[in-house]
Design a binder for this molecule. Structure first.
Ligand SMILES: Nc1ncnc2c1ncn2[C@@H]1O[C@H](COP(=O)(O)OP(=O)(O)O)[C@@H](O)[C@H]1O
Ligand SMILES: N[C@@H](CCC(=O)OP(=O)(O)O)C(=O)O
Length: 379
């Protein structure tokens, strides 16, 4: 059976095989040798695979870890540092070496690379998010292969990704990629950490229901940071944004990007929202919360309606009109996110009132929804 004739697995593999714009993320565990230092051979091997993807006319963005690993040798350190300040310094030294290694490896294929260092803030602020999007589009239009890492030298403990899995998923949504390939040191997702008796590899994941009972609690490898937890978070961000994901071993990189049956395949579950709503759902740091009653929860989830002041029970935090807020139901769960139509102070005056009452007591300018349906994403 060819991929074209097959069922859903083949269809999603085909999306990956045919993807015009693909994000490939490789983790520290696949780039560092047993001594914790960067393996030039791993860099060269990946560059060879990605050059093949480019030669097929497809666009590639590489999200690569390894800055800290690449800094260990030049810094004369015995192993990967764990404290933030030394890790920052080591990443600062290593990032240059890492990109130099990739530049040389891709140059052998006549390809030019461009370094893009991002912070969590760049993904959370809308203006920065737009800047990143423009940068990727221009680099790709010019035939450059962007190489992305977190800007470790300036990332602080409070606000940083730490791992590159979620960063890669956000890059995939920002760049409107069709597929995300997460390369690591295991050949897929297992029901429990590989090596655990009875643990089995999972071929495909259709949605959160397929992940029930899966144990991802074991920390990642000694060299990696997030383990499987952040990879599942990344897969969720991407698939709910309509992007197919493959989690595979770095050794299987060529098969993974070709859509062959390796690793664990995560089927897209959501639709491709506008950039603005993708940012709202996955990246935005909210400025406050609007507590809503059961009726409002049902309206938001069922009818996908606008949020009316009548269903609002409490306003938390301080936000201006247009800023992102969480909408929280009576059980404390986040139901949706939205761009507030009014400031927190105005919303406080409006809460609980019907649209008619809003017009009568506060004036005609207030006789409308608190958050318009076009400014909402249900979570
Ligand atoms: N259920 C699971 N299935 C697969 N791997 C798991 C699971 N639970 C924990 N892991 C661990 O996650 C590790 C990969 O994560 P990590 O070390 O952060 O890699 P990377 O550097 O590629 O991001 C694997 O080496 C494995 O030990
Ligand atoms: N930004 C860091 C990567 C941190 C890290 O190890 O991430 P990961 O390999 O995704 O677990 C670096 O370049 O060293």
């Amino acid at each position: 059976m060819t991929a074209h004739e097959g069922g859903p697995v083949e269809a999603t593999r085909e999306i990956i095989a045919q993807s015009r714009r693909i994000i490939v993320k490789i983790g520290s565990s696949s780039l560092a040798g047993a001594d914790g230092r960067l393996s030039e051979q791993s860099v060269t091997r990946l560059a060879d695979v990605l050059a093949g993807v480019r030669a097929a006319g497809r666009q590639v963005i590489l999200v690569t870890s390894g800055a800290i690993a690449a800094g260990v040798g030049p810094m004369g350190l015995p192993a990967r540092p764990r404290d933030l300040a030394t890790a920052q310094a080591t990443a600062s030294v290593g990032q240059g070496a890492l990109v130099a290694a990739y530049s040389a490896a891709f140059a052998r294929h006549g390809l030019t690379v461009g370094q893009v260092l991002l912070t969590a803030d760049d993904m959370m602020r809308r203006s920065h998010y737009g800047n990143a999007q423009r940068a990727f589009n221009r680099l790709l239009d010019l035939g450059v292969l962007p190489i992305v890492n977190e800007n470790d030298a300036v990332a602080t403990d409070e606000i940083r990704f730490g791992d590159n899995d979620r960063l890669a998923a956000l890059v995939a949504t920002v760049a409107h990629a069709d597929a995300l390939v997460l390369l690591t040191d295991v050949d897929g997702l297992y029901t429990a950490a590989p090596g655990t008796p009875g643990s089995e590899r999972i071929d495909e994941v259709h949605g959160p229901e397929d992940l029930a009972g899966i144990d991802v609690s074991r920390r990642g490898s000694a060299l990696g940071t997030g383990g499987m937890i952040t990879k599942l978070e990344a897969a969720s961000i991407a698939t709910t944004s309509g992007i197919a994901v493959v989690l595979a071993s770095a050794a299987d990189a060529a098969s993974a990007v070709a859509g062959d049956a390796v690793g664990t395949l995560f089927h897209p579950t959501g639709k491709r929202d506008t950039t603005r709503l993708q940012w709202l759902a996955h990246a935005a740091r909210t400025r406050g919360a609007i507590m809503v009653d059961d009726g409002a929860v049902r309206a938001l989830q069922g009818r996908r309606a606008s949020l009316l002041a009548a269903g609002v029970t409490e306003i938390r935090g301080s936000f201006e009109a247009g800023e992102p807020v969480d909408l929280i139901g009576p059980d404390g769960a986040i139901v949706a996110r939205g761009f507030a139509g009014f400031s927190a102070a105005e919303a406080e005056q409006m809460r609980g009132l019907s649209t008619d009452a809003l017009g009568e007591t506060l004036g005609e300018g207030y006789a409308r929804e608190l958050i318009h349906i076009d400014d909402l994403v249900v979570m």
